[in-house]
Design a protein. Sequence first.
Length: 276
Amino acid sequence: MSFLNIMCLLGGLGLFLFGMKYMSEGLNQVAGKKMKEVLEKLTRNRFKGFILGVLVTAVIQSSSATTVMLMGFLNAGIMDLAQATGVIIGANIGTTVTAILISLQMKSLPYICIFVGMVMALFCKKQTQKYIGQIILGFGILFFGLKFMSGPDAMGVLKESDAFLSFIQKADNPVLGLLIGFVMCSVLQSSSASIGVLQALAATSAELMPMNFAIYLIIGINVGSAMPLFLSAIGAKTNAKRAAVIYFIFDFVGMLIFTPIALISVSYTHLRAHET
């Protein structure tokens, strides 16, 4: 992989992250204040808090942003830890919406979104319309970045790398997969971006991201998504720090549950492959 290929990959990742952040900022401008009011009112009921965590995270495309918002409420004494717990669990589920959207095959939609969003953001007079344009533009940039990452000048060259193909085809060590996923998410500070990288690899070629290794990477990424919360908890009050710990415990317990399931599933797949 040449220096140019690495730059293309990083450029695509940069577009992906920028699009996600730009879209999230637009959503926050349009509905952020209302979301805060709704969060404050509805989290008194834990089940409603859970549903709200799913919906809010699905809208603002970031479980970390939802949980950081909660930590602000905890610091201000607006809600207690029991109220926040339901929303934290819901936020973990809501963050999967981004990965589902990325997986959709929309070849021309990113270009349409970039053009429409640009026109609205630059030429609409009402501020709300500008923010909606920002959301649409960010959505288009996000998908364009993903397409660029999976292109022939970035991850596409990995198809010709014997060293990478040899590694990925033999990679089935769960500890290695969990560790790589955790480090990747800790560095990128976003589980959605980390999953996006895996999806870009899979979009380039199925052999570049085999399911028997991807499943461990995804579990590791889920645990690594707690790192932004620990960073934001520095200097916060005790309840806010506890919220970050709860988020981590939820992800860690998920790892303990789903890693054995993944091991059984991968072993069964290998056994069926040998039989056939």
